[in-house]
Design a protein around this ligand. Structure first.
Ligand code: NAD
Length: 488
């Protein structure tokens, strides 16, 4: 099975047991290109109950041999897969771009890189994550094994189809689980296209499968009695549904990576240029469709005016590079689809009706597709909708503050807790504030970034559990304690 997919040869079938097979479900997915709202395909397979059962059965059959495979053999398959993803990176990014609308540089390339690097990183853990032994002189030798769970699944959103897939698939497979990937109904192609790479890398049939589908497919996986773990990235309401389905079925393990409304706190004594760059990147990367984007910007009074001027200028410069995602000059593309465009435009329109003062942006670009200007509101009340809700577009609110105590309270006054940033050249203050944030991740003199080697995830309603780092492997394993009596 050679990789030959492109925008004129799209993968549309389910990938089960190392083969493309037609769905048994009658409904098909319709997929659109956000640059001009054109229909890309209306015949992409949707996995229904029989298809989900077939994939889960194939996974169950493959599991005993896969978990017992020599660690070096599993590592080599993972590394080969990573190099194949890199080799076909441009084509995969194109398959993602046709429905997500993100230009290759920088976000499309980042996405492919994150997927490949996740496989390399987790491959490196395979022979270092078997468990531990405790040889104290208390009469018992203790061994703790990290054991795989069985058939696991990753349900991912549309805003990073390949990156989110890699973050889930790689630790699942590295620890000896079988894995079913369920991409978003809005962006199925890059995931479905992994089939030939899965085969060429050497994953045995049933170990790594891809089921395109919508909420129905996700719900079938979440409530399946033979699926042992769901790693989910997406919205809070869906995360709650998955948690409920897990509780009502087999108490499967779950990891939830959900939404955010992350603060960036910028003190008078920061490096202003650095703070402006990170704050501007935060809402323009992937057109602001990033869960850990810093969208609440708080600047201390002494530098507020200078910051506002520089932030406005930086965003207006970036707006110049908004355009056709296929053009080499474009850095920022459209929002993903009509629904997202209407949602973001609605927040902006209501924001203009008295929730704040428009500093920059606020309008659609062109009349075709879903392009929108980076938009910032200032003087926004704490309880205004644009201040409290995740917008998931290139929109931020900018407010000033006076004291450290005040800004910690304001930053934490939210049900979200994914990421926070603090900008200051006083390291004591930075560490003090970092320890006070109610969030899973904090950047000091940076914000809205993800590094594969350290835990990624949120507190409060931003989720539970962690991806990345060693935590991701732990999340796909069960600890088994073996106690050996050494006294007779
Ligand atoms: P979504 O919740 O609508 O969909 C996500 C996935 O869940 C899709 O694959 C969808 O088909 C599936 N799904 C829908 N209903 C389901 C159900 N009942 N059971 C199981 N699966 C179901 O989210 P979205 O609109 O695709 O993504 C945007 C959201 O994702 C935003 O809130 C964003 O903050 C969040 N997100 C979070 C992270 C993170 O790491 N924390 C990263 C990216 C996006």
């Amino acid at each position: 099975m050679a990789f030959s997919f492109s925008k004129s040869n799209l993968p549309k079938q389910l990938f089960i047991n190392n083969e493309y097979v037609a769905s048994k479900h009658s409904k098909k997915l319709e997929v659109f290109n956000p640059k001009d709202a054109s229909l890309v395909a209306n015949d992409v397979d949707l996995a229904g109950e029989a298809d989900v059962d077939a994939a889960v059965s194939a996974g169950e059959k493959a599991f005993p041999a896969w978990k017992k495979l020599a660690p070096t053999a599993r590592r080599d398959i993972m590394l080969k897969f990573a190099s194949l993803v890199e080799e076909h990176g441009l084509a995969l990014a194109e398959l993602s771009r046709i429905t997500l609308g993100t230009p290759y540089e920088p976000f499309g390339k980042f996405e492919v890189g994150a997927c490949a690097e996740a496989f390399k990183y987790n491959a490196g853990w395979i022979d270092k994550f078997a468990g531990e032994s405790f040889p104290q002189d208390d009469g018992f030798l203790k061994i703790v094994r990290n054991e795989p769970l069985g058939v696991t699944a990753g349900i991912v959103p549309w805003n990073g189809p390949l990156g989110t897939a890699g973050l889930k698939a790689a630790p699942a497979l590295a620890t000896g689980n079988c894995f079913i990937l369920k991409p978003s109904e809005k962006t199925p192609f890059a995931s479905l296209a992994l089939g030939p790479l899965i085969v060429e890398a050497g994953f045995p049939p049933g170990v790594f499968q891809v089921l395109s589908g919508d909420g129905l497919t996700g719900a079938l996986l979440s409530s399946h009695m033979k699926v042992r773990k769901i790693s989910f990235t997406g919205s809070i309401p869906t995360g709650k549904r998955i948690q409920e389905a897990a509780a009502k079925s087999n108490l499967k393990r779950i990891t939830l990576e959900l939404g955010g409304k992350s603060p960036a706190v910028i003190f008078d004594d920061c490096n202003l240029e650095n703070a402006i760059t990170w704050a501007a990147n935060a809402i323009t990367a992937n057109t602001g469709q990033v869960c850990f984007a810093a969208t609440r910007i708080y600047v201390q009074e002494g530098i507020y005016d200078k910051f506002a001027e520089g932030y406005k200028k930086a965003l207006e410069e970036r707006a110049q590079a908004i355009g056709d995602p296929e053009a080499a000059t474009s850095v920022m593309g459209p929002l993903v689809d009509k629904a997202q465009f209407e949602r973001v435009s609605g927040f902006i329109a209501r924001g203009k009706e008295g929730q704040g003062t428009l500093l920059t942006g606020g309008s659609r670009i062109g009349d075709k597709g879903f392009f929108i200007q980076p938009t910032v509101f200032t003087n926004v009340a704490a309880d205004a909708e644009i201040h409290t809700e995740e917008i998931f577009g290139p929109v931020a609110v900018l407010n000033s503050f006076k004291t450290e105590e005040e800004i910690i309270e304001k930053s934490n006054d939210t049900n979200f807790g994914l990421m926070a940033g603090v900008f200051t050249q006083d390291i004591n203050k930075a560490l003090r504030v970092a320890s006070e944030f109610d969030s899973g991740m904090v950047g000091i003199n940076c914000v809205s970034l993800m590094l594969l080697s350290v835990p990624f995830g949120g507190s409060k309603e931003s989720g539970s559990g962690r991806e990345c780092g060693k935590d991701a492997l732990q999340a796909f394993t069960e600890r088994k304690t073996i106690m050996i009596n050494m006294t007779y």
